[in-house]
Design a protein around this ligand. Structure first.
Ligand code: BES
Ligand code: ZN
Ligand code: ZN
Length: 479
């Protein structure tokens, strides 16, 4: 679905009117009277010239800007899902609310319009309208930005929703390459041989149980003008399916595990959207990818793996595979002398249990300055961050008896011990996002569909946009 620009005086059809709850001038007196009588209702339907005229009250003095924006996004989604919009081919959005809320309403509408029906023989697509909006209310550039971000989120959702019998590591890398190349992002896919040459021991260990080869995909977006002298590196966990391996997942944990490449999908989508938005920032994306399965040759609990920085890992649970493959990517990131490394991973059930689908568990090291920007981007995108500590003491929980570290901690702090494990492979400013909670949903939640959500894409783009604006301000001041 798209939102198009259209002059307001040339439209005669149905309208949805976004209202701040105060400015009444556009309302007829009988409409105002009815609204006052039903003051607890937030949406009102009237008819003007026999055409529906919905009024949605999005005002709320008690709410902060970020809360108001989220309220508007949710309202956009609710409006999209409502049966009453069906059957209309076009609906005009008339705005009497602040620009930021209008943009948020449009965003909610667009994000809610996602469908994944590739495998439905009978596509039950309900007829939904296109939306029109006046150029007096929104600039073409703003609509374009919304649409680029929407497409990137949809791309990530599509990848997550593809089942593992279709999307193995090679296929994931191929689809990322196809899409990224179109947007001007350079893509290099390392095959198993190259991965062996690079001694990516974690990725190779996890891949041992698979009949498909692993891949390691390197993306680069480097426009001519950039604000950063060394790149920001994004890393995404690309486990296309996580059975747990020999420590096979029991109970009902396995059936959603096609989502275990959610971090990879998010990473690819971030670079693609940054390129489409032409952001002046040098970015690298790294995607280690394999499935995690049991087999006669699968890696096993008790194995000791020597990583290419010399550290030895005692594998005590093959289901803690994400950190094994991320370690290789974190080590590989060093060669870029990165300004910042950010990883996205559906890493632990512990993170999902701690905060559910409502936020992203975050840990960070040496990143005080940009950390504030990230937290702010979290509020702005409503992909909010909950910081967990990387205190030294948690490191005690992953000391191995026979090697340097073990790949699981104890019964407490599972998301943190995973973070502490990853920290062993970093020597630069680094942020870790555990998206196990919000990456995949059982049922629709506002503008997020059931299945893959593409969480992290809007967060990172919001950060990158701020980072670029902030850099250009500093430049102006120093002139
Ligand atoms: N992919 C899972 C984590 C996960 C759980 C993602 C729920 C999405 C939703 C990960 O590889 C895993 O299995 N982690 C284990 C680690 C444990 C063995 C230390 C877990 O969280 O149980
Ligand atoms: Zn696992
Ligand atoms: Zn996993």
């Amino acid at each position: 679905m798209m939102i198009k620009l259209h002059p307001s005086n040339k439209f005669q059809g149905p309208k949805v009117v976004l209202w701040d709850g105060e400015n009444n001038q556009f309302l007829k007196s009988d409409e105002l009277k009815k609204i006052k009588e039903a003051s607890d209702k937030k949406t009102h339907l009237f008819f003007r010239d026999n055409q529906p005229f919905w009024i949605i009250n999005l005002g709320d003095k008690k709410k902060s800007i970020h809360e108001l924006n989220e309220k508007s996004r949710r309202s956009g989604a609710q409006y999209w899902h409502s049966v009453s919009v069906e059957g209309h081919s076009e609906i005009f959005i008339e705005s009497h609310i602040p620009k930021n809320q209008l943009i948020a309403f449009c965003e909610g509408l667009l994000l809610a319009s996602y469908q994944f029906n590739l495998y439905k023989s009978e596509k039950k697509e309900r007829q939904k309208p296109e939306f029109l909006i006046s150029p007096e209310n929104i600039e073409r550039k703003e609509l374009q930005q919304l649409s680029i971000i929407q497409e990137a989120v949809f791309f990530a959702r599509d990848l997550v929703n593809e089942p593992a019998n279709v999307l193995n590591a090679v296929e994931l890398a191929g689809r990322v390459k196809k899409q990224a190349t179109k947007s001007g992002v350079k893509v290099d896919i390392f095959n198993k041989k190259k991965i062996e040459t690079l001694k990516m021991a974690g990725l190779l260990a996890v891949n041992k149980g698979s009949i498909d080869p692993p891949t390691f995909t390197v993306l680069e977006y480097k426009p001519v003008k950039v604000i950063n002298s060394s790149p920001i590196v994004f890393i995404g966990k690309g486990v296309v399916y996580d059975t747990g391996g020999l420590n096979i997942k029991v109970g009902n944990g396995m059936e959603t595990m096609k989502c275990d490449m959610g971090g990879a999908a998010t990473t690819a989508a971030i670079l693609i959207a940054a390129a489409e938005l032409k952001l002046p920032v040098h970015l690298i994306g790294l995607i280690p990818s394999t499935d995690n399965r049991p087999s006669g040759n699968a890696y096993a609990a008790g194995d000791i793996i020597r990583m290419n920085n010399g550290k030895t890992i005692e594998v005590l649970n093959t289901d803690a595979e994400g950190r094994m493959i991320l370690a290789d990517a974190l080590l590989y990131a060093k060669k870029y002398n990165p300004e910042l490394v950010v990883d996205f991973a559906t890493l632990t059930g512990a993170a999902a249990n701690a905060i559910g689908k409502y936020g992203i568990v975050a840990m960070q090291k040496n990143e005080a300055k940009d950390w504030e920007l990230w937290k702010n981007a979290g509020e702005e995108s409503w992909e909010r961050l909950v910081e967990f500590p990387l205190w030294d003491e948690y490191g005690e929980l992953i000391v191995s008896k026979v090697g340097d570290i073990k790949n699981i901690g104890g019964p407490v702090g599972g998301a943190i011990t995973a973070g502490k494990f990853l920290e062993h492979f970093t020597d630069y400013p680094w942020i870790h996002f555990d998206i196990a909670g919000p990456a995949f949903l059982d049922s629709t939640y506002h503008y997020q569909p059931a299945g893959g959500t593409g969480v992290g894409v809007r967060l990172a783009l919001s950060y990158l946009i701020k980072r670029c604006q902030w850099a250009s301000k500093i430049k102006k001041h120093s002139k």
